[in-house]
Every structure is written in C-alpha cells, then in structure tokens.
Design a protein around this ligand. Sequence first.
Ligand code: FE
Ligand code: CA
Length: 527
Amino acid sequence: MTSGKLNRRDLLTGAGTVAIALAAPALAEGAFGASLRFKSDPFTLGVASGEPASDGFVIWTRLAPEPFNGGGMPSKPINVHYEIATDAAFKIIVQSGDVVADHRAAHTVHVEVGGLGPSRDYHYRFIAGNARSPAGRARTLPAAGASAKQVRFGAVGCQRWEHGFFTAYRHLADEDFDFVFHSGDYIYEYGPMKKSTPKRPIVRTMPDGFKAARTLQDYRNRYALYKSDPDLQMAHASTAFIASFDDHEVANDWKGQFEEGKIEPSPSPAFLKRRSAALQAWYEHMPVRRTMRPRRSIIQSYRSFVIGRLMTLNILDTRQFRTGPACDGGWQACPDAANPKRSLLGAAQERWLYDQFANSTTRWNALAQQVLMMRLNRSKIADEIETHMDKWDGAVAGRDRLFRAALAARLPGLVTLTGDIHNNWAGDLKLDFADPASQTIGVEFVATSISAGGNGADTKKSFKRLQGLNPHIKFYNNQRGYVRHTVTPERWQADFRILETVSVRDAPIKTRISLVSNRKSPGIRKL
Ligand code: FE
Ligand code: CA
C-alpha cells in the first residue's frame, strides 16, 4: 500500500465534501466517520493515461483490492480524488478534482483532463480514502498548427500472458515516448494452455479458475490479470496509450457480428452477448474517453489525433464494421476477395477516412490499425495468388478504394502502422502489388508482439521465398519487442527493438534494424 498511514482529512483537504460510508469486506470505517479505509491496496492495477491532446489527456485507474476475483469492491459508487501536477513530487498541483468510480463499470475511473498547456509533461495520481495510487506521467501534444519538429512514439500489440514476460514494456518505459499506439490483442481470451512444448513453453500460468473468457466477469478478471504485470504498469505510467482493439479482446478472428468462420446472415445471440461483455470490459480497462463507452454494444473507436502540422494519426477499426470473411476465411486463393462489396472498415468509416484524407493539413498521414495492409502472397502455384482472408488481402477492393482516395487527395506521407501477426515486417505500399514497377504510395511498418508466440527467431526459412513472391516486402523478423517511430518533417524512422528471450525475465533490448522512408519519395530503406 502506497500510503496506508495517511488519513482522509490529510488527503482530501480542499476537495469539498466527499461522503463515503461503507461496510464491506475490503473496507472498514476509519477514525473520521465517513472516511474510507482500505485494508489492502485498491490500486493493484496501476494507473494509465491515454488520448493525448494539445490541452490534456485521459487518466485512468481501477479500484480492485482483489483484482482476479471481480475486484473485491462493494456494489457502490466510490469517490476518487485526482491530482495533476507539473512536477514529479506533486508540489505544483495545477488541477484536482473528484470523480466517481462506478461499481457498474468495475470501479474504473476515466477522467478527461483539459485546460493544460501543449507539448509538456504532467504527472497525475489518484487518492481513494486512505490509499494513494502510484503516479503516472503524460505528455500533451503540440498545439494544432504548431510546427512540431519531431514526434517519437512506440507501436506495440499482442501480449499473451502465458507466452512470455512483458519485458519489452519495461524497456519501453525508459524511452521517454510522446505516446504509444496499441494495435490490440491487449488480452487473449483463451482458456489455459494445456501443453508446454520446447517451441512454445508455458512461461507463466493463469490463476486457478481462469477459463476461456465469455462473461463480463471473465473479461474483467482477464484484464486484471494482465494489468497486474509490473512491466505493463511501468509502461502505462510512463506515457499515454492510444488504444485500439483487434480480435482477442473478444474472440479469435471475429468480425462484425460473427465469430471465426461464421458467415452472414446468421449472427448467434450467444456471440453477440459475448462481444458485448468483451467490449464493455475493454472500455472499462482502457484510458479512453467516455464517448467511447459501448452504445448498443458498439464502440466508436475510429478517431484521429492531429500532432501540430507534422502528423495526423488516424486510428482505424478493422473489426466491428468489416464484411464477413471471403471464402470462409483463412489462407485462400479467393476471387471473391476482390468483390467490391468487401470492406474492412465499413461504408461509414471509409467515408470518414477519405474525408480525413481530403481535409488533412499535416505533412504525414498515418493509419494506425490492426491487420496487414500490403499483399502477402504465399502460393506455390505460378500465377495463383493465395492470401489470408483476415487481412486487407481479404478485401482487395476496399484496399484499392483507400489507395485511390489517398491519391485523389494528393495525401502526403502515407504510413500504415500494423500489428496482429506477431512478427516485425516492413514494406512498400504499391498501387498495384502485382507490378513491382507500379507507384509506391506509402510504406507499412508492422510491429511484432510483446509476448505472443514466445521467443521466436530472427528469421524463418520460408521468408526468402515469400520475399520472391512479394518484392514489396523489405524486412522480416520473428522476435518480440516493439517499434520506436521517430517522425520529422521529411523523414520517418522506425527502429525495430527486439529481445532475445521473453521466457526469462529482464532480458536486454536492442535495435535489430533502423528503417527509414522519405516523405516526398516513399519507400523502405535501411538507415
Ligand atoms: Fe495477437
Ligand atoms: Ca490479432
């Protein structure tokens, strides 16, 4: 417990009346009548910030003295105090206030902090009764229209508890990032792994009673387990996260109203219920705005961040609104993937994105999203194209529409940031992937997983063959880590940060390769 000795009168000076009277297992009446005394630390899941803006950000925490068992809080709202300071010692507090940790949202707290200055660091913390949270740091974005000289941020995704330690996050916390983009698979919904093999060892096991997540309580406990990780907590405390979700926040390869392999028009009520529980738990545990809470079981998660005149970061949602799987999903030589009705974004999100393109005022325009955009053909038959239907290859016409909208808008600096496939990749986005001589309209950087897939290896035998079939692909690596992006007005640099192992703690990190692309002549090059 951070501050078990503090009493509530000390903590809440000047905060007005906060009447809390509780009698519940985790709580006891204190010496000051209405004061709240926790018997054990309620801030077991740390703190987080997100949604950076030029005047603020969201700060997040959850009260959960018994994190893996529903949280251990009474079914009542609890007042939580927060403080924003310009110094790490909290001597200069520039904002403070009270907010309710609602029991209907698992006693999570989402505070939208505004009125702060641009391009600077702030520190934040929470106080509930006699307990004080660890402090976090968040940085505001440059003001709109400011000529920002550089932005440095991380790209991460795919953190499977049992496959490895989250060591990459400990190193990420030292990077002094402006923010981090999370491409999803923040949790994996699966039940416990049954078998440990040399190639895929079970590095750590989930607590007793954890099974495949289906109910709201299951998903809450899963987020609590993942968020109990000290390396992940350090990363969250170090910088703001821009969160998106992929499939495993709900279930493997789901899309729209459908589970893996299920085809329209037969959504199952059981899956809709599961998706609704999963998305509710995602909202509760991510540092996102309250406008992103699920409404009619849908989360409005596509959105944009404008970083001065330097960069627009468009966050895409390739799960909720996509069409059903072409040719039943998976690897396929599938003519129907080219059907113009196929879309990974859905009509409304496509319209929004192409408006973003048309109205962009920034030098760079990034698409931060989930699944591989460049073509990945693995066919062993000449003149046949076999691609994966869960990626943009499963909606070729949608990809063409996007490229053509970017061209029509004369969009500068198109860069796609991707996750999902548990390897590092980099490649050129070609107007026609079948013709290596066709125009390169942007580049794609794919960030490997934090832990999913286990240790991996630098490369794989089949990569040379794949590169022969897909000459636009310039780099591949199959180790764990994150990508560090440094964006300046004319050049984008991606440093692929990797670990030799995630099956033991505290492995060192190194840069495997640094790749760059110029804004005016895009194309992946080695630094
Ligand atoms: Fe994954
Ligand atoms: Ca995924």
